[in-house]
Design a protein around this ligand. Structure first.
Ligand SMILES: NC(=O)c1ccc[n+]([C@@H]2O[C@H](COP(=O)([O-])OP(=O)(O)OC[C@H]3O[C@@H](n4cnc5c(N)ncnc54)[C@H](O)[C@@H]3O)[C@@H](O)[C@H]2O)c1
Length: 404
């Protein structure tokens, strides 16, 4: 980035979302046409998504943008001839890109989301959709006023288990559902905090556009640890609710057709490894929903014995789901004596492929902005409850001005 463009960028950053000229998509794709894809933020997940997209027939990886030179070089070594940029707006300027994958850290999602749509590109945006409630409102509005295809990286929305569970609920197999319990647990090696990654020796101020990473957060000298380990700090991240609860709550909300929670309560703390992180590693969330339903989610980084799962508890039956497995149904013998234990049969759909196919067909993908929004709001309500140490309604949560 030149000094001039950096100054322009910082000026625009100070004004809010960088101004990107809206222009119509360059072409209309046929069912078998080549889809040209760019990626913004090509770290761990961006690299994974690059490989996924690359493996799909007739998808061409055209360009990546990342603030860190190492990431650009690594991506380039995987796809010969691919263009690389430090400034994501140069990627969005490219006329020959149909779709953009956004896999930047949480605090930059909204900027990349809105600007990608404004540039006329279809969008695959990693979860959680946004860092804050106002950003979630802004992104949903941008998606609703755009004709672009938006897929959120909530890949369990493409699970066969979701289709089976929705059908069982619709057919009355569960009766009245009052409670969903969900949990996600991991163990952490002694002395090595969950999520902490080593800082490569070339992660220096010379090789990183630090201001672009900060994205409006208070300026300060370059800090390689925060760049690499942004997940540990509230100003860049949303803790384990944003990293993992969001997948489960999106799945549960879709299965039960739930609106926004009416209230959230979250307790917990930094109990596993007190390594300077700000986000809690031990969490209990209670989400109240209209229609007499309470959803609980608990998470620890100190014990993984029970892994991860969701249990939907109804008067007439139970569904249990573990990611990447089939859903399982058991009837309640008293209220549904003729019911049978049933294992779901519907196969998972590939989430990335679903997005690419929708770019061609212009259909709505499995995880549109609307479920990105609802799940993001649940995450933000829970985190705001934790930070403010009180039960949080949506109205209360909306009234709180996000702080860095
Ligand atoms: N769907 C899933 O299962 C899943 C799994 C893992 C991560 N994720 C999500 O993917 C996102 C990225 O996570 P990660 O683990 O890959 O993080 P990461 O730190 O490994 O990668 C982020 C990349 O973005 C770059 N970056 C930072 N600021 C940027 C900016 N302003 N413009 C362009 N690039 C910028 C960084 O240099 C880095 O290469 C997060 O939102 C995370 O929640 C989703």
């Amino acid at each position: 980035m030149t000094d001039q463009s950096r100054r322009t960028f910082l000026k625009q950053a100070a004004l809010g979302t960088a101004a990107v000229l809206a222009f119509p998509p360059s072409r209309v794709l046929g069912a078998n046409d080549r889809v040209r894809v760019g990626i913004i933020g090509v770290g761990d997940e961006g690299t994974d998504l690059l490989e996924q997209a690359k493996s799909i027939h007739n998808v061409e990886l055209v360009a990546v943008a990342d603030v860190y030179s190492r990431r650009r070089d690594e991506a380039k070594s995987k796809v010969s001839g691919m263009q690389t940029f430090d400034d994501y707006r140069r990627l969005l300027d490219m006329k020959d890109i149909d779709g953009v994958i956004v896999a930047s850290p949480l605090h930059v999602h909204a900027r990349h989301f809105v600007d990608t749509l404004a540039a006329g590109k279809d969008l695959y945006a990693e979860k959680t959709m946004t860092w804050s409630i106002p950003e979630a409102e802004k992104c949903l509005a941008a998606a609703n006023t755009s004709d672009r295809v938006v897929q959120i990286g909530l890949q369990y929305q493409s699970s066969g288990a979701l289709i089976d569970t929705k059908r069982w609920i619709k057919d009355g197999w569960l009766g009245k559902i009052t409670h969903v319990e969900s949990w996600m647990s991991r163990n952490t090696p002694h002395g090595k905090g969950q999520w902490v990654r080593p800082v490569p020796s070339d992660c220096t101020a010379q090789n990183v556009d630090w201001s672009a990473f900060l994205n409006g957060r208070p300026d300060r000298p370059f800090d390689g640890f925060k760049l690499i380990n942004w997940r540990l700090f509230w100003e860049f991240a949303g803790g384990n609710c944003a990293e993992n609860m969001v997948h489960q709550i999106a799945w549960i909300m879709t299965a039960l057709d739930l609106p926004l929670p009416s209230a959230a309560y979250m307790s917990g703390g930094i109990f596993s490894e007190k390594d300077g992180r700000e986000v809690p590693d031990t969490i209990a969330v209670t989400l109240d929903f209209p229609k007499d339903i309470v959803v609980t989610w608990q998470s620890t980084f100190s014990n993984e014995h029970y892994g991860l799962g969701d249990r939907i508890l109804g008067s007439d039956g139970t569904v249990e789901y573990h990611f990447d497995e089939a859903a399982q149904y058991w009837p309640e013998r008293v209220n549904r004596s003729d019911g049978e234990d049933t294992k779901g049969q519907t196969r998972n759909e590939d989430h990335m492929r679903n997005w690419i196919e929708c770019i061609r067909s212009r259909k709505t993908p499995n995880a549109p902005a609307e479920i990105g929004y609802r799940s993001a709001i649940a995450v933000h309500m829970a985190n705001l409850s934790y930070k403010n140490k009180r039960r949080m309604t949506f109205e209360d949560a909306k009234a709180i001005v996000p702080e860095y």
